[in-house]
Design a protein around this ligand. Sequence first.
Ligand code: ADP
Ligand code: ASP
Ligand code: MG
Length: 443
Amino acid sequence: MIVMKFGGTSVKDATAMRRVLGIVHAQHERTPLVVLSACGGFTDKLLTMARCAGTGDTQKMHEMYQIISTHHITLCNELLANETYRERALHRTNTLLEELRVFCEGIALLGECTPRSLDAIASFGERLSTSIFTIAAQEQGLDALFHDARTTMRTDSVYTNATVQFSQLQTLSRGQILPHMEQGGIVITQGFIGSTEQRITTTLGRGGSDLSAALYGAALLAEEIQIWTDVSGVLSADPRVILNAKSLPEISYAEVRQLSYYGAKVLHPDTIKPAVDKNIPVKVLNTFEPSNSGTTIVYSTKPEEHGLRAVTLMQNCMMIRFDASPDESAAHILADVLEYCHVQKVEILASVGNESSCAIVIRSSDSTIIPNANAVRTAVALLCACGPNLLQHGTELFEFASALQESSPLSVLYGSSDVSIIALLSPDKAQAALQKVHEYIAV
Ligand code: ADP
Ligand code: ASP
Ligand code: MG
């Protein structure tokens, strides 16, 4: 079996879903488990609606509800040609929409939207998209089974960012999903959502459908995991920012993890782990150009491979430099830094200077916690370039430095990873620096 995951843009409307049906049809003999996101933009709309309900803005809540409801009803009408199937899809959609309405009214009555309520509301995006898609697949003659991920994706109760209990997922999914596949059928389920032991709905964090796909792939020992998105795989940079970014035929798990950690949205960072552990190949493919071979994410690269091949930029970071007062030692500063790291999500330990200073970088640009009377805060952007075996070859550091000549980096971090070099830049120089580094990569 294989896992095929389609993101929000890939299933955003009837035209997009029809395209996805064609892609699934072409591979149905490989018995896919199809994992879908919500229609593009609808998780945001659902969350906005829930928050409006919680704050008592019922007018906005009703407006959002109307948009959500109209979109999914239109989707049924446009996607399904056969009346019987269309009626079935409309009936299922209206039932879900009614349930959603009752939930929202409940939140509005209570005047409080908890993380648990947010998860309950957010889950409707994936539940609606998969319900409609399953009926459309059946209309096309596929032996498609709808699977509610909340019966197999068992999680803890950390709402909005739940952790999956993998051994439970393994047992439950082998029992509930494989039997249908063994008969040659395909199974359609939701990304992003799960439930606790008590059957309370949870979500795995924004962008979590990639993680769902990887977890199902690992649990069911898939031959391959395909992440279908709106670009041709992992590119040398975000194509929305660098128009001539090119598709990379292959990239290692370690590199893609660095890229996604430092802002390349193409894959959820944790997606990689469950698949790496089981050595399952992951392909990133383009729904809008299925013949493009996209990117294969490989476990490791050959030792002779080298050269920077992708770059990403993370804006809105803050560098905090801890300077010692004359009577403080290096140990004092490090104690302050470590204590601070406990309260803030620290991206990198940018540099440990001499005995009198040390700098760290955090993601937020308006941190209100002042760690130490002598701490100096500077707004920065973090640029991360990736490539294989950087430390064995060493030449990439010089390329990187030449590309950044005019950008006067505030700090360069090299040596702590074999696959990335990081520069801290003044935010106004960051875009130009990104272009320059990409020009080097593109040669
Ligand atoms: P999906 O909805 O399919 O999960 P996402 O929007 O989460 O898709 O991720 C795909 C997007 O990631 C692309 O549209 C692209 O703009 C962005 N992206 C950022 N950096 C990269 C990169 N290096 N390679 C490919 N895509 C990237
Ligand atoms: N629909 C969810 C989100 O928008 C999960 C996903 O698409 O991966 O975050
Ligand atoms: Mg995504």
